[in-house]
Design a protein around this ligand. Sequence first.
Ligand SMILES: NC(=O)c1ccc[n+]([C@@H]2O[C@H](COP(=O)([O-])OP(=O)(O)OC[C@H]3O[C@@H](n4cnc5c(N)ncnc54)[C@H](OP(=O)(O)O)[C@@H]3O)[C@@H](O)[C@H]2O)c1
Length: 328
Amino acid sequence: MSHAAASASGSESRALVLQEFGTLPLLVKRPVPEPMPGHTLVRMEAATVAHLDLNVLDGRFGILPDLPSVPGTQGSGIVLASATHPEGALVRLRGEGLGLSREGAWAEHVLVPDAAVEVMPEGTDAALACIYFSPVGTAWTAVHPIAQVRPGERVIVTGASGAVGAMAVQLAARAGAEVVGVVGRPAKLLHVPAPAKALLASNLSEAAIGGKADVLIDTVGGAVLRDALALVRPRGRAALLGYTAGRELTLDLADFFLADVSLLPVNMISRGREVAADVARLLQELASGALTLPYESYALEDLGQAVNRLRTGEAVGKVVLEFSAGVG
Ligand SMILES: NC(=O)c1ccc[n+]([C@@H]2O[C@H](COP(=O)([O-])OP(=O)(O)OC[C@H]3O[C@@H](n4cnc5c(N)ncnc54)[C@H](OP(=O)(O)O)[C@@H]3O)[C@@H](O)[C@H]2O)c1
């Protein structure tokens, strides 16, 4: 066991523990987990508060933990003890039922299966390490393999200040497209990345975007999707990937044939592996500042505020819990 692991062993550590679905986890002190074969002990630096985590808190997901349990499906931290991963390395934690069928990342120290651990390139920012994969992978998949955005095309991105939306705006612009970023509330207009034209969903019209669009990348669903879809030209493409604003879309088949727009689902469960190398390359660009991924960060004791920002849709980009440095 490393010096850091030995000094953490037997000491106390803070954790957010969910006692009952439909409530917020309570911040409690408990012993640092003991190292175990096949597992990695990590001192957490950051953890994501994601829509999936909210579903777990609410007890509304197909896989739920036995309570009490620590939520948190993704995080990042420093390895304290592991037979598989280098001690002292910054790692990303995900998968293997983390925060679902087993305890998750909302704790200062976590013990996770080795397979849930991925070592990050040296110098990666800890918050970035826990948030980048899904938005970058999803945006890349939508813009490139799915919508195949080409130079000179006009692209509408909805939810353009969100994590996936902001990344899709930047990647479509890099592909040479003229991008219109659509947001739901005025406060978000300022957060649409340049060089996109920022527009309120309530002001969306063919005149406002300068003609029909070639491509729609929709991250919100619901009425925003319905309205934006009407602005895509015949033989255009619409990549659909989210439904925070509503999960139903009504299609009049006659109108659908007439509109002649391809509706293309983005499914990162099936596409994640295919884009892993592109995502790794883009992480370097995030680290250098060539691309930006918005996020808001909160202390463990401010979980309620973090959850509220995400639930109300007021949050700009990802929501992250950042743990105080130097514990353990
Ligand atoms: N298909 C896939 O494989 C895949 C992969 C990753 C993510 N996703 C989904 O993609 C969507 C976007 O992810 P993200 O990480 O970019 O999320 P995010 O940062 O939270 O952005 C979501 C955006 O949705 C808009 N929104 C509209 N109605 C909302 C409501 N009732 N509550 C919250 N937000 C609302 C908000 O923008 P305005 O305020 O401008 O309306 C917000 O910026 C999510 O639904 C996520 O589950 C899908």
